[in-house]
Design a protein around this ligand. Structure first.
Ligand SMILES: NC(=O)c1ccc[n+]([C@@H]2O[C@H](COP(=O)([O-])OP(=O)(O)OC[C@H]3O[C@@H](n4cnc5c(N)ncnc54)[C@H](OP(=O)(O)O)[C@@H]3O)[C@@H](O)[C@H]2O)c1
Length: 244
């Protein structure tokens, strides 16, 4: 059983973030969740508390806005007193060939996927430094390890996260803070409903063949439960119906 007491997960009103927050709460970890839609994040928080009996904090915020991230961290520290685990997860996907893409969509993905991660990391860093411990486990993507046709803007935003986290990990490794990047392949979430294109994913036989948010949560727990002197730098993992 883990000694971890509290966690903060961004983009957790549904999908991977919700699955990760639920699993953390099932381990008895008080978990704060962030999302832009107030009704959705409140409902998610209530659901987690109802299922697990663990106290959950819903925070309305947009990770693309740095002041929202500072406020979120403040709220968690006031409520739970610490942030032992931070999971920057909030992300969006807009795809298309470079020829047909709108540069405004590239900017939006950089703001949410890359800056959203950088903002919450910077906001939570002083808290973890004061604690002298913490785990930052970013949900990136297989798209952070290579490029895919039609996914240029998305992959670029995820590669930006990888570069940021690699530098960050080395800055804080001697301070008791472990930094991991998780790079999942396909996960069955509403991300695919909201995607601007109906795509046939190469190597995938459909949504039912993808991983579940619970599978990603399992990887988060793997890092959380490792002995404190050991860390998982990066994990690329995917369903057995894919190859990356
Ligand atoms: N699904 C996959 O196959 C897959 C694979 C690899 C990696 N990923 C990555 O995993 C992460 C989660 O994906 P998912 O599939 O769970 O997506 P999802 O089902 O679309 O959920 C995204 C969550 O993020 C929140 N969100 C979006 N923009 C936000 C912002 N600016 N500030 C705060 N919250 C925000 C959404 O709530 P609101 O809209 O209310 O803010 C929602 O709760 C993303 O980073 C994605 O790139 C997904």
């Amino acid at each position: 059983m883990t000694q971890v007491k509290s966690a903060l997960v961004t983009g957790a009103s549904r999908g991977i973030g919700f699955g990760v927050a639920l699993r953390l709460a099932q381990e008895g970890i008080q978990t704060a969740i962030v999302g832009r839609d107030g009704r959705r994040i409140e409902q998610a928080s209530k659901k987690i508390t109802d299922i697990t009996g663990t106290q959950t904090l819903a925070i309305v915020g947009d990770v693309a806005i740095y002041s929202d991230c500072l406020s979120a961290v403040d709220a968690v520290v006031k409520k739970f007193g610490a942030i032992d685990v931070l999971v920057p997860n909030a992300g969006i996907g807009i795809i298309g060939s470079i020829a047909e893409s709108d540069p405004a969509d590239w900017a939006m993905m950089m703001e949410t996927n890359y800056l959203g991660t950088a903002h919450i990391v910077k906001a939570a860093l002083p808290v973890m430094q004061k604690q002298g411990s913490g785990d930052v486990i970013a949900i990136v993507s297989a798209g952070g390890t290579k490029g895919y046709p039609e996914w240029s803007g998305y992959c670029a935003s995820k590669w930006a996260v990888m570069g940021f986290m690699d530098s960050f990990a080395q800055e804080v490794i001697a301070q008791g803070i472990r930094v991991s990047t998780l790079c999942p392949g396909g996960v069955d979430t509403a991300f695919w409903d909201d995607l601007n294109k109906d795509i046939n994913r190469a190597g995938s036989e459909g949504r039912s063949k993808l991983m579940s948010p619970a599978d990603v949560a399992e990887m988060v727990m793997l890092q959380v439960n490792l002995p404190r002197n050991v860390m998982l730098k990066n994990a690329l993992f995917f369903p057995t119906t894919e190859w990356h």
